[in-house]
Design a protein around this ligand. Sequence first.
Ligand SMILES: Nc1ncnc2c1ncn2[C@@H]1O[C@H](COP(=O)(O)OP(=O)(O)OP(=O)(O)O)[C@@H](O)[C@H]1O
Length: 349
Amino acid sequence: MSADIGNPASIVCEKLAFRYPGTTANAIDNIDLEVAAGDVVALVGPSGCGKSTLLRLVAGLLSPGAGRLLVGGQDTTSISPEKRNIGWVPQSYALFDHLSVAANVEFGLRARKVPKDERAPRIAEALKLCRIEQFADRRPQDLSGGQRQRVAIARALATRPRVLLLDEPLAALDPQLRKALRADLATLLRDSGVTSLLVTHDQSEALAMANHVAVMRTGVIEQYASPERLWLEPANAFVAEFVGAASVLHASALDDRRVELAPGLEGEIDIIPAGPKVDVAVRPADLVVDLQGIPLRVTAKEYAGGSWLLTGDLFDGQAVSLITSHTAEIGDTIRVAVRPGTQLSAVRS
Ligand SMILES: Nc1ncnc2c1ncn2[C@@H]1O[C@H](COP(=O)(O)OP(=O)(O)OP(=O)(O)O)[C@@H](O)[C@H]1O
């Protein structure tokens, strides 16, 4: 699919900045970002980092304080939100419960003043793409959360947007459904061919759904890369910790590839270190319980379904987590080593 659903546009932010009136800091600060036409991109980061603000700027609900925003190569400064041809899927879906699914989708077309005779084929096309044709006559309240989400997406896609913006698209679903539906949603977005920009605060959702991920912190983009690159080559400790649930340890280089993460805890890294000291991302799957290993005093435990996520302090004070089938109590000391065969990621900057 589907050249006729939309004609996807690229999105380019050049030194984009925005400050809310009455505040002293920029909510978005000097952002450079290039989203290719047809790409699926996630904006991810902790609460308050500026994800929704960036989405609202692209939608035209806010105007940049500085910098430029181009959609399809065109500077948006002089294009009103209605003329931008951008689809918006709000977090709550904002469906009309008194209207059928088809009428909800038609609503978006009416709002865009699409002539009546063009509406029926457009509605059919959007319902088909979202695989909800069979629900055309139902009310949204008689659908599951996942199906309601598809109605909201169908309503946006029927307008043949050049860009689709999704604000926390899975937030209204319960946790089990969230995980089950994220692959479905990713497939739908890719099949639609529309450039999609989605906001999430959940790094695992961003990695699972997007082709590229912008990791944000306090108004800036810390790294913009494919999920794999983010995982393998985190630009800094924040990205490693936020995206990979990693602890960043200050290690000493032993030779070309081997490092000492803490006294007695050695591992291999993926690059030749530039100097005697190197920051290394250590993720929960990188460590194992090992009687020959070094002591770790357990400070927190969390059941992770068949295994435990244990967090603790190494004796030099650095905190790490590991996922293990061994259980331990808070306050216990266990022994840990780097999982044999693991290549740890050096943090480049
Ligand atoms: N209407 C507003 N007036 C003033 N400040 C605002 C307004 N909306 C957001 N902000 C501030 O701008 C910054 C960015 O907010 P934004 O809503 O974009 O963050 P976010 O990453 O989407 O957060 P969340 O994940 O919690 O939704 C925050 O510091 C926030 O307090």
